[in-house]
Design a binder for this molecule. Structure first.
Ligand code: IPD
Ligand code: CA
Ligand code: CA
Length: 260
C-alpha cells in the first residue's frame, strides 16, 4: 500500500533531518538573510537536501515542494509539502523550539502529516481518517469551551514592522480576552499542540503550504476544526488559518471579525 510506503519514508526522512538539526545546534551556524527578518541557515538547506533525497530515491513518482526551493516532479498525483526546519529564527538563536514538517497530498487532498520536534523527541503523525498521534499515542483536542479559559498561540510575519496586516491588532484583541496567548515560533508545532490539547486555538495570517500541511491534518484528525479567518473552508493556498478545538470556533471568529 502506498500509504505504508509514505509513512515509512516520511519517518526515515524526518529522523535523518532531526539528527542534522540536533547536530547543527552544536556548531556555528551560517545565517543568510532572505529579508531583513527572514533568516535561513546552512542547516535548513542540509535538512532539505536529506529529506528530498530520500523521497526522490524511494518514491521517484511523487512530486516534492520544499521551502528552500527543491522541486521534484512526479506523475502519480502524490505531492509532498516539506518545511525542513520550521522555526528558523528560534534555531538560529539556539532556542529549542523548532520542527521538521512533512505533509503529503493525493490529488490535492491531504492524506498524511508528520511533524517532528527533535529537541523533545516528539513525533506527531496523522493519516486521513486514521486519527492523530504523538509518539504513537492518540491525540484529542481540548474541551475548553470559552475564550476566557483558553490558551492560544499565534505567529507574526517577517514583514511585521511595515505591513498593514501584521496580526498585531488581532493579537491585542485575543490577549485581552483569552487566558493567555503564546508566540512559540514554529507554526507546524503550534498546530500539533492544538491537536494535543496543549493549545486550545491558533491563528496566523501569512503562512505557506509547507507550514500548515501536516499540522492542519493533525488538528482535524484530533477532532478539531480548521478554517480560514472567516469560517470558510481552509485551503493550503490560503495563507490565513484558524485552528482550534471546535468549541472555540465561533467565539474566535467573532473576535477576528469584530470592529475595533
Ligand atoms: C515560520 C514559523 C513561525 C511563523 C512564521 C513562519 P520558518 O517558519 O512557522 O512560527 O510565525 O510565519 O514563517 O520561516 O521558521 O520556516
Ligand atoms: Ca515555516
Ligand atoms: Ca522553514
Amino acid at each position: 500500500m502506498e500509504i505504508d510506503a509514505i509513512r515509512e519514508v516520511a519517518l526515515r526522512a524526518a529522523k535523518e533531518a532531526g539528527a542534522i538539526l540536533r547536530q547543527g545546534l552544536e556548531q556555528q551556524r551560517i545565517i543568510e538573510f532572505k529579508g531583513e527578518k527572514n533568516l535561513v541557515t546552512d542547516i535548513d538547506r542540509r535538512s532539505e537536501k536529506a529529506i528530498a533525497e530520500i523521497v526522490r530515491r524511494e518514491l521517484p513518482h511523487h512530486s516534492v515542494v520544499c521551502e528552500e526551493g527543491t522541486r521534484l516532479q512526479g506523475d502519480s498525483g502524490y505531492r509532498w509539502l516539506i518545511d525542513p526546519l520550521d522555526g528558523t529564527t528560534n534555531y538560529a538563536h539556539g532556542y529549542p523550539c523548532f520542527s521538521v514538517s512533512i505533509g503529503v497530498e493525493k490529488d490535492g487532498e491531504l492524506i498524511f502529516g508528520l511533524v517532528y520536534d527533535p529537541s523533545l523527541e516528539e513525533l506527531f503523525t496523522a493519516e486521513r481518517g486514521g486519527g492523530a498521534f504523538l509518539n504513537g499515542k492518540r491525540l484529542q483536542v481540548s474541551a475548553i469551551a470559552s475564550l476566557s479559559h483558553a490558551l492560544l498561540a499565534t505567529g507574526f510575519p517577517n514583514d511585521v514592522a511595515g505591513a498593514k496586516h501584521n496580526n498585531l491588532d488581532y493579537f491585542v484583541r485575543f490577549m485581552k480576552r483569552a487566558q493567555g496567548v503564546r508566540r512559540p515560533g514554529s507554526a507546524a508545532l503550534d498546530l500539533c499542540y492544538v491537536a494535543a490539547g496543549r493549545f486550545d486555538g491558533f491563528w496566523e495570517l501569512k503562512l505557506h503550504p509547507w507550514d500548515m500541511a501536516a499540522g492542519s491534518l493533525m488538528v482535524t484528525e484530533a477532532g478539531g476544526r480548521v478554517t480560514d479567518l472567516h469560517g470558510g473552508p481552509h485551503r493550503l493556498s490560503n495563507p490565513q488559518i484558524l485552528a482550534n478545538n471546535g468549541l472555540l470556533h465561533d467565539e474566535m471568529l467573532r473576535v477576528l471579525t469584530m470592529e475595533d
